[in-house]
Design a protein around this ligand. Structure first.
Ligand SMILES: Nc1ncnc2c1ncn2[C@@H]1O[C@H](COP(=O)(O)OP(=O)(O)O)[C@@H](O)[C@H]1O
Ligand SMILES: [Mg+2]
Length: 225
């Protein structure tokens, strides 16, 4: 199996004036194609920092992050953005949808950005929004949707490009138990052929238990549990 993500001796510290906060220390960690992994750990232990490094939004203090065998920190900004959008779909705790755009356009946007023609982008956006049960909310803006519906649009947007890997940072943290369960089921359903790897940060053990691997981040180290 090939690795979509490989972290080698990865360390990261935030430096603020004379203060250095070590958050990750010498992590070695791989995500294979088709893996599903939950990352657990107390608030503040560095989970979001780790996802940011994997996405190339921050650069390691030491060590390397390889995405499809490419060292993301060594790329220029343009190539890094391209590598990121070619490989990842992102789901956050808060939906980060564009407020002035309808569900259709929010979901079509990553397709338009990568150069799909408008007609096919809209068609694929409608298809996936129908799959997530929002066929009657295609023209609604985020402010006209419930929290659970917004998160379903966000998941459709993350998965419409059929990315190699979903990076989800507490995707259900802002939802009640019922909506949280629905959202996870949806991610798993859209990934029915396991073609997309999942890396999900969560506090929810019922979600973590549905992944193939569970890791906990504690004292700057990742450990299998
Ligand atoms: N920009 C920053 N500057 C300094 N310290 C930061 C910054 N962002 C996060 N931190 C610190 O790094 C640690 C890890 O943060 P984070 O990765 O957000 O944790 P988690 O996602 O596990 O809750 C925390 O102690 C946090 O206070
Ligand atoms: Mg976090």
């Amino acid at each position: 199996m090939s690795n979509i993500i490989e972290c080698r001796s990865l360390s990261f510290s935030y430096i603020d004036g004379n203060n250095q906060t070590s958050v990750l220390n010498n992590l070695n960690f791989e995500v294979e194609l088709g893996d599903s992994i939950a990352i657990l750990g107390q608030s503040g232990c560095g989970k979001s920092t780790l996802l940011n490094l994997i996405a190339g939004l921050d650069s390691p203090s030491e060590g390397d992050v390889l995405i499809n065998n490419i060292n993301i920190a060594k790329l220029n900004e343009k190539d890094r953005t391209e590598l990121r959008s070619n490989n990842f779909g992102f789901v956050y705790q808060f939906h980060h949808l564009l407020n002035d755009f309808s569900s259709i356009y929010n979901v079509a946007l990553p397709l338009l950005i990568r150069g799909d023609n408008k007609e096919s982008a809209i068609l694929n956006s409608k298809k996936i929004l129908t799959k997530v049960g929002l066929e009657n909310r295609l023209n609604h803006n985020p402010s006209e949707l419930s929290g659970g519906e917004r998160q379903r649009v966000a998941i459709a947007r993350a998965m419409v490009t059929e990315p190699a890997c979903i990076l989800a940072d507490e995707p259900t943290g802002n939802l009640d138990a019922k909506n949280a369960k629905d959202v996870l089921e949806l991610i798993l359903e859209l990934n029915e052929n396991n073609t997309t790897s999942l890396l999900i940060v969560t506090h929810d053990l019922s979600i973590a238990n549905k992944m193939n691997r569970k890791l906990t981040l504690s004292n700057s180290k990742l450990v299998d549990i």
